[in-house]
Design a protein around this ligand. Sequence first.
Ligand SMILES: NC(=O)C1=CN([C@@H]2O[C@H](COP(=O)(O)OP(=O)(O)OC[C@H]3O[C@@H](n4cnc5c(N)ncnc54)[C@H](OP(=O)(O)O)[C@@H]3O)[C@@H](O)[C@H]2O)[C@@H](O)CC1
Ligand SMILES: Nc1ncnc2c1ncn2[C@@H]1O[C@H](COP(=O)(O)OP(=O)(O)O)[C@@H](O)[C@H]1O
Ligand SMILES: [K+]
Length: 509
Amino acid sequence: MSPAFNENSKQKAGAGAFALRIVTAREMQRTEQLAFTAGLDSYTAMERAGRAVADAILARWRRRPVLVLCGPGNNGGDGYIIAATLRAAGWPVSVTALAAPSSTDARRAATGWGSTALEPDDITWPEAGGLIVDALFGIGLTRRLDGVGANLVQRANQCGAPIVSVDIPSGVHADTGAMLGTAIAATLTVTFAWCKPGHVLLPGRTATGELVIADIGLPAAPLPDDLSPVWRNTPALWRHALPVPRVQDHKYSRGHLVAIGGGVMTGAVRLAVRAARRAGAGLATILAPAAAVSVYAQDQAGAIVRPRPETADVVAYLKDSRVSAVLIGSGLESGGETSDLLRHVLAARHATVVDGGGLDAWRDLDHHLIAERAGPVVLTPHEGEFARLCGNLGADLGPGLGKLQRAQAAARLFGAVIVLKGPDTVIAAPDGRAIVNGEAPAYLATAGSGDVLAGLIAGLLTQGMDAFAASAAAVWLHAEAARRFGPGLLAEDLPDLLPKVIAELSAAS
Ligand SMILES: NC(=O)C1=CN([C@@H]2O[C@H](COP(=O)(O)OP(=O)(O)OC[C@H]3O[C@@H](n4cnc5c(N)ncnc54)[C@H](OP(=O)(O)O)[C@@H]3O)[C@@H](O)[C@H]2O)[C@@H](O)CC1
Ligand SMILES: Nc1ncnc2c1ncn2[C@@H]1O[C@H](COP(=O)(O)OP(=O)(O)O)[C@@H](O)[C@H]1O
Ligand SMILES: [K+]
């Protein structure tokens, strides 16, 4: 495992990094059981959870009428604690129970609340000046909401009062971020110990609102389900691994990227190569169809452009030991020539980024080629390309697979790092580790920004950075550059924004 991704990085980065891990419902339950076996009292954990939510409310709002919606499980149990805590602070509180509490701890919490719970039909819904606490369902929700539960969610969303969700907005699937029928649209969500996939993957991320992660005394590290931890994408994971030139470096030792250029959509590789060079690649060579050489050559004086009249020319060129990574697919049509090129690129055993038309070619590869290649490979599909690449991969592995699980499954299947792009890009490694980038600006939804990302990954790979770390770093840097530019962003703007973002990160480490 790369030192970038062990538990120590969490410890080193201090309390703020408590938020780094993303933990599934099952991992949460396993960790909770471990803590209970080690002596943590389960009701104490519930009290801490409830108090943490009440504290977050008291820190943000002045005294106002509160309606607490309690479900039958332990999420509802937390709700009763919150109700009692706010009442003790002098707030006017009413509680509605969807059903009687079903666990020992929830029953004890309801007893602690002591007052009657309103029937759902008898609720007086608060107005904008009030507050709703959503303690209907937490990470134990597995079925679609319907009937009274769905109705409560819809009425809460419509009434105009801010909603504070306990652990996760009710209706959001904790592991996938999917909406199970309908879901609470929260202003604030207070979760416990670690963030859940549903807080960072769409549409759950939107439903979550502000996210607070509260310490309730669980162990410092969660108990992973299959030793494949998942993280939120932050520089603490990979900043120390960003390449920095050494005094004895020359252009080849910094890294030589070879990009296979297309004959028609030349913009893709031009953008990618500029991003790779801005990320520190010592040298970039574009192998271009003879007719397009002049287009490439006029774009960047510092990039080398060589004609590739035949596939054989590419093969010969890639045998040069000074090539350190290859980018293939950006701006290439899917089809026979791209498939041939991809086969030869993989046979050359360099670290490789496969994007665009190369992804369709990957789908058509013989499985033994995928299995026998030697260099690390990064595949960068958006959802449409992923669907073509993986077909019904999700369906094969069971219902309800979210973006995280689909990316992890594809990474395992192909033995490649998958960068499944979108507003909630998931980066998955073949061993199951994954990183979710939850905070990219929508300004990135502009033609060519994916080409910049592919080039950025290739630029870091070519400097010897580990493929998983390079992909996560590139996705973050790409998003941060876009965030700084803001409105009017073009893909062309992105490469030249990178040096400042990288310099600031390096200065901060
Ligand atoms: N982990 C921790 O360390 C800690 C966890 N804590 C808290 O516990 C929460 C998890 O609690 P949980 O496991 O009891 O599950 P929860 O989310 O309350 O829901 C399960 C209930 O809902 C029901 N139900 C499900 N779907 C339904 C539907 N569609 N429509 C109707 N009903 C449905 C389901 O019924 P069943 O499926 O059993 O028939 C069951 O009764 C967690 O989010 C956090 O808030 C903290 O207290 C402290 C430490
Ligand atoms: N709404 C959005 N919010 C944040 N990032 C987005 C959004 N839409 C697209 N992106 C990002 O922009 C890039 C688009 O890549 P891609 O779809 O391959 O476009 P292109 O092929 O035009 O370059 C990806 O990095 C993706 O994650
Ligand atoms: K909830």
